[in-house]
Write a protein that binds this ligand. Structure first.
Ligand SMILES: [Zn+2]
Length: 179
Protein backbone atom coordinates (compact mmCIF):
# COMPACT_ATOMS: atom_id res chain seq x y z
CA UNK A 1 0.00 0.00 0.00
CA UNK A 2 2.78 2.44 0.89
CA UNK A 3 4.08 2.66 -2.65
CA UNK A 4 0.70 3.99 -3.79
CA UNK A 5 0.69 6.81 -1.32
CA UNK A 6 1.95 10.16 -2.49
CA UNK A 7 5.66 10.51 -2.01
CA UNK A 8 5.40 13.83 -0.24
CA UNK A 9 3.08 12.68 2.51
CA UNK A 10 4.46 13.85 5.78
CA UNK A 11 5.26 11.60 8.68
CA UNK A 12 2.55 12.94 10.96
CA UNK A 13 -0.21 12.24 8.43
CA UNK A 14 0.49 8.53 8.23
CA UNK A 15 -1.69 7.77 11.24
CA UNK A 16 -4.72 9.26 9.51
CA UNK A 17 -7.09 6.49 8.42
CA UNK A 18 -8.14 5.76 4.87
CA UNK A 19 -11.78 6.39 4.05
CA UNK A 20 -12.58 2.70 3.62
CA UNK A 21 -11.53 2.07 7.21
CA UNK A 22 -14.11 4.46 8.61
CA UNK A 23 -17.41 2.78 9.35
CA UNK A 24 -19.26 6.08 9.75
CA UNK A 25 -18.71 7.06 6.11
CA UNK A 26 -20.85 5.60 3.37
CA UNK A 27 -21.46 6.12 -0.34
CA UNK A 28 -25.13 6.74 -1.06
CA UNK A 29 -27.30 8.41 -3.67
CA UNK A 30 -26.78 12.17 -3.53
CA UNK A 31 -29.42 14.87 -4.06
CA UNK A 32 -26.71 16.87 -5.87
CA UNK A 33 -25.52 14.33 -8.41
CA UNK A 34 -25.09 10.58 -8.69
CA UNK A 35 -23.49 9.10 -5.62
CA UNK A 36 -22.02 11.02 -2.73
CA UNK A 37 -20.12 10.46 0.49
CA UNK A 38 -22.13 10.76 3.70
CA UNK A 39 -21.36 10.72 7.40
CA UNK A 40 -23.46 8.73 9.84
CA UNK A 41 -22.19 10.58 12.87
CA UNK A 42 -21.87 14.22 13.86
CA UNK A 43 -18.50 15.71 13.03
CA UNK A 44 -16.90 18.77 14.56
CA UNK A 45 -15.19 21.58 12.65
CA UNK A 46 -11.53 21.11 11.68
CA UNK A 47 -11.76 17.35 12.10
CA UNK A 48 -9.32 15.33 9.99
CA UNK A 49 -11.47 12.56 8.56
CA UNK A 50 -9.24 10.51 6.27
CA UNK A 51 -6.53 10.80 3.68
CA UNK A 52 -6.80 10.11 -0.01
CA UNK A 53 -4.63 7.56 -1.74
CA UNK A 54 -3.22 7.55 -5.24
CA UNK A 55 -0.24 8.47 -7.29
CA UNK A 56 1.12 11.80 -8.37
CA UNK A 57 0.82 12.57 -12.08
CA UNK A 58 2.16 15.45 -14.13
CA UNK A 59 0.84 16.85 -17.38
CA UNK A 60 1.17 20.13 -19.25
CA UNK A 61 -2.05 22.13 -19.24
CA UNK A 62 -3.92 22.13 -22.53
CA UNK A 63 -7.54 22.96 -23.43
CA UNK A 64 -8.52 19.53 -24.76
CA UNK A 65 -7.22 17.69 -21.74
CA UNK A 66 -8.97 20.00 -19.28
CA UNK A 67 -12.37 18.65 -20.28
CA UNK A 68 -11.45 14.97 -19.92
CA UNK A 69 -13.43 13.36 -17.17
CA UNK A 70 -10.69 11.79 -15.07
CA UNK A 71 -10.44 11.01 -11.39
CA UNK A 72 -7.60 13.47 -11.02
CA UNK A 73 -7.38 16.03 -8.26
CA UNK A 74 -5.12 19.03 -8.82
CA UNK A 75 -2.49 19.27 -6.10
CA UNK A 76 -0.09 21.79 -7.64
CA UNK A 77 1.06 23.37 -10.88
CA UNK A 78 0.54 20.78 -13.65
CA UNK A 79 0.41 18.20 -10.91
CA UNK A 80 -2.48 15.96 -9.88
CA UNK A 81 -3.31 13.07 -7.65
CA UNK A 82 -4.76 10.16 -9.58
CA UNK A 83 -7.02 8.62 -6.99
CA UNK A 84 -6.87 4.92 -6.34
CA UNK A 85 -9.69 2.86 -7.76
CA UNK A 86 -12.16 2.18 -5.00
CA UNK A 87 -11.14 5.14 -2.83
CA UNK A 88 -14.47 6.41 -1.54
CA UNK A 89 -12.98 9.89 -1.55
CA UNK A 90 -13.78 9.70 -5.27
CA UNK A 91 -17.43 10.17 -4.42
CA UNK A 92 -17.10 13.56 -2.78
CA UNK A 93 -19.37 15.92 -4.68
CA UNK A 94 -18.86 19.63 -5.16
CA UNK A 95 -20.71 22.40 -3.36
CA UNK A 96 -20.21 26.15 -3.59
CA UNK A 97 -20.80 26.08 0.19
CA UNK A 98 -18.58 23.12 1.11
CA UNK A 99 -18.26 21.54 4.53
CA UNK A 100 -14.84 19.96 3.87
CA UNK A 101 -11.60 20.49 2.01
CA UNK A 102 -8.71 18.34 0.78
CA UNK A 103 -5.52 19.79 2.23
CA UNK A 104 -1.94 19.72 0.98
CA UNK A 105 -1.34 16.41 2.78
CA UNK A 106 -4.36 14.86 1.00
CA UNK A 107 -6.32 14.86 4.21
CA UNK A 108 -10.04 15.53 4.06
CA UNK A 109 -10.79 18.06 6.81
CA UNK A 110 -14.16 19.48 7.90
CA UNK A 111 -14.53 23.25 7.52
CA UNK A 112 -17.49 23.45 9.89
CA UNK A 113 -19.51 21.05 12.06
CA UNK A 114 -21.18 18.42 9.88
CA UNK A 115 -24.38 16.78 11.12
CA UNK A 116 -25.15 13.09 10.99
CA UNK A 117 -26.52 12.06 7.54
CA UNK A 118 -25.04 15.12 5.82
CA UNK A 119 -23.09 14.72 2.62
CA UNK A 120 -19.36 15.50 2.72
CA UNK A 121 -18.86 18.22 0.12
CA UNK A 122 -15.76 19.96 -1.14
CA UNK A 123 -15.27 22.95 -3.44
CA UNK A 124 -13.79 21.53 -6.65
CA UNK A 125 -12.06 24.87 -7.32
CA UNK A 126 -9.76 24.03 -4.39
CA UNK A 127 -8.48 20.98 -6.25
CA UNK A 128 -7.67 22.54 -9.61
CA UNK A 129 -5.17 25.05 -10.96
CA UNK A 130 -5.65 24.15 -14.63
CA UNK A 131 -6.45 27.49 -16.36
CA UNK A 132 -8.58 25.66 -18.96
CA UNK A 133 -10.72 23.70 -16.53
CA UNK A 134 -14.38 24.57 -16.02
CA UNK A 135 -17.52 22.79 -14.88
CA UNK A 136 -21.18 23.71 -14.59
CA UNK A 137 -22.60 23.69 -11.09
CA UNK A 138 -26.15 23.18 -9.91
CA UNK A 139 -25.41 22.69 -6.22
CA UNK A 140 -28.42 24.84 -5.29
CA UNK A 141 -26.57 26.90 -2.68
CA UNK A 142 -27.49 30.61 -2.45
CA UNK A 143 -23.97 31.61 -3.47
CA UNK A 144 -23.68 29.08 -6.30
CA UNK A 145 -21.09 30.24 -8.82
CA UNK A 146 -22.89 28.37 -11.68
CA UNK A 147 -19.67 27.94 -13.63
CA UNK A 148 -16.73 26.56 -11.69
CA UNK A 149 -13.25 27.66 -12.62
CA UNK A 150 -9.86 26.88 -11.16
CA UNK A 151 -8.65 28.23 -7.84
CA UNK A 152 -6.93 31.32 -9.25
CA UNK A 153 -10.26 32.68 -10.55
CA UNK A 154 -12.10 32.46 -7.20
CA UNK A 155 -13.10 35.66 -5.39
CA UNK A 156 -10.19 36.97 -3.32
CA UNK A 157 -11.88 36.31 0.02
CA UNK A 158 -12.49 32.68 -0.83
CA UNK A 159 -8.93 32.22 -2.03
CA UNK A 160 -7.64 33.63 1.24
CA UNK A 161 -9.88 31.36 3.28
CA UNK A 162 -9.00 28.21 1.37
CA UNK A 163 -5.31 28.79 0.72
CA UNK A 164 -4.23 28.18 4.31
CA UNK A 165 -5.11 24.52 3.79
CA UNK A 166 -3.63 24.13 0.34
CA UNK A 167 -0.23 23.54 -1.24
CA UNK A 168 2.04 26.57 -1.83
CA UNK A 169 1.19 26.57 -5.57
CA UNK A 170 -2.33 27.63 -4.59
CA UNK A 171 -1.17 30.24 -2.06
CA UNK A 172 0.99 31.85 -4.72
CA UNK A 173 -2.17 32.59 -6.69
CA UNK A 174 -4.13 34.35 -3.98
CA UNK A 175 -3.22 37.90 -4.93
CA UNK A 176 -1.21 37.41 -8.11
CA UNK A 177 -2.89 37.39 -11.50
CA UNK A 178 -0.57 34.61 -12.56
CA UNK A 179 -2.30 31.73 -14.24
ZN1 LIG B 1 -22.71 25.73 -6.98
Amino acid sequence: MDNLILENLQEETKAIPRAKDLDYLCVERSPIQGLGLFTFKDLSACEVLFKLGGKKVYRIYDPAFAQCDLNWMGMGYQEWLELEQGDIGLYMNHSCAPNAIVDKHLQVITLRPVAKNEEILIDYSTTELDPYWSMNCACGQPGCRKTLLSFQYLPLELKREYSRFLAPAFGERVSALRK
